[in-house]
Design a binder for this molecule. Structure first.
Ligand code: TYC
Length: 102
């Protein structure tokens, strides 16, 4: 077997052993003060939701205390959590967001 064929087999074997990266849910938390309209705009802006979907997710969080905004790799989820917290802080709203492994 040629050297590069052997190497190709080794790389193939390594590939089949690789696990997919862990995924994280981004969770939005309810509070008593953040305006509903603001939450809808955040969901549209940060998570690319339509106004209708954002309204459904906002109402679910409002009624149930928490809701999933999306599922992403760790870096993307962390960036979205930071974006939500930053925009909420800038507007002086207590809106909180977190992430958890799926
Ligand atoms: N509970 C808020 C209100 O009544 C609305 C709200 C919804 C706040 C979702 C945060 O993640 C949230 N104004």
């Amino acid at each position: 077997m040629a050297v590069n064929e052997q190497r190709g087999d080794l790389l193939e074997a390594e590939k089949t052993k690789q696990k997919p990266p862990p995924l994280y849910k981004v969770l939005l938390l309810n509070d008593d003060y953040t305006p509903m309209d603001f939450v809808v705009v955040v969901l549209q802006t940060v998570f690319g939701m339509s106004r209708e979907k954002a309204t459904r997710v906002m109402l679910q969080v409002h009624r149930e205390g928490m809701g999933v905004c999306g599922t992403y790799t760790r870096e993307v989820a962390a960036a979205k959590v930071d974006q939500v917290i930053d925009i909420a802080r800038k507007h002086q709203h207590p809106l909180q967001c977190t992430m958890e492994e799926t």
